[in-house]
Design a protein around this ligand. Sequence first.
Ligand SMILES: CC(C)(COP(=O)(O)OP(=O)(O)OC[C@H]1O[C@@H](n2cnc3c(N)ncnc32)[C@H](O)[C@@H]1OP(=O)(O)O)[C@@H](O)C(=O)NCCC(=O)NCCS
Length: 386
Amino acid sequence: VERKVAVVSAAQTKYGKSPVTARELALTAAADCIDQAGADPKEIGLGVVANCFGVVESQAHLAPILMTQIGNPSAPSFTVESACSSGGSALHIAFAGVRSGLYDTVLCVGVERVTHLPLAKSTEYFSMGSDYSFEGCCGATFPGLYAVMARAHMHERGTKSEDLAAVAVKNHENASMNPKAHLQKRITVDEVLASPLVADPLHFFDCCPFSDGAAAILVTTEEKARKMGGESVEVAASVRTGGPAALQSRERLDSLDAARRAAGLAYRQARITPKDVGFAEVHDCFTIAEVMAIEDLGLVGAKEAPRAAAEGITARDGAIPVNASGGLKAKGHPVGATGLGQVVEVFDQMLARAGTRQVPRSDVGLTHNVGATGGSCAVHVFKRMR
Ligand SMILES: CC(C)(COP(=O)(O)OP(=O)(O)OC[C@H]1O[C@@H](n2cnc3c(N)ncnc32)[C@H](O)[C@@H]1OP(=O)(O)O)[C@@H](O)C(=O)NCCC(=O)NCCS
């Protein structure tokens, strides 16, 4: 019999510019998560820390440091680097560990701190997540690479700058209701279109910010979750795929192959169809990424995808609420933390503790976490534990 896997608690720090180091951020999120579950840190069998840029604070190998800080230094632990999908990848490892019976309880913590770096430095470091020999080394930045995909989408699908702007407007509005979000200011379509071009056709407000922050979740068996007594959420599917890293290796630029395949496998594993998904947290590092994601996930049809935000389909009260948290665009994108922060939002929505941004249908939630421009992708499906 396959063991069911549950998330029993989820916590995150506020995203934004942090005056404290990544290791302090990680500890804050982890301690809050453990406290909420009422768990004994000694019962944690494995620690997985998602982090990409620890070295900018002269600190790699964050996992055993965190495990020592929480009082369980002898537990095995390791740090996962998978560019922007590090958090989702950490959960996938936790899922595999618990499902297989190798571990009963796994702590996943994602963390990043980069805002103390000058913009040119962080942009350069982030570009190392691309296929650097072909892309980064030639000066391609992430805004530049996503701009290529946006241009292809516009050319092939008729997507307009206004359509992309509507994604930013929606996600900023959602973030204005999220006290943990980095950018809590509402914006208008006109403001997006009038903002400077970062990489044509992407404007300033089409981009996510550089953020600091941490998120933590505690993953365990269904049996243990019940014993712990609190409310929990079932991880009904955990899929991690890969795709060609460089854009030049792709057959098409208006979709991510890794995301399409991850979605198909996740729906099969969770025994649901896209129609059953009540809400989703998707990887909108740039507005075009959300347009591609909702189509790759089958949440909307190919024709609907470009105008889904403009037409309110993906609004909090729309047919399929997307990024009720504010998404990477406005909640923020501390890369190591992002994928686990998405799970924190799903957990809060499912436990009906998302306040004014609560979505109407929270019985089935989905997270979609992309590494770089699609070299990796993690898709998870969550159901209320019955
Ligand atoms: C868009 C970008 C160039 C802006 O950087 P910047 O010009 O240095 O911006 P600053 O940090 O000086 O911020 C200026 C103000 O705009 C806000 N801001 C920064 N980035 C923002 C963004 N993307 N959207 C909206 N507001 C933003 C800041 O909070 C700040 O507001 P404040 O003055 O009220 O504090 C930068 O955020 C960027 O490159 N983003 C993409 C990050 C990326 O590639 N991530 C990886 C994705 S795969």
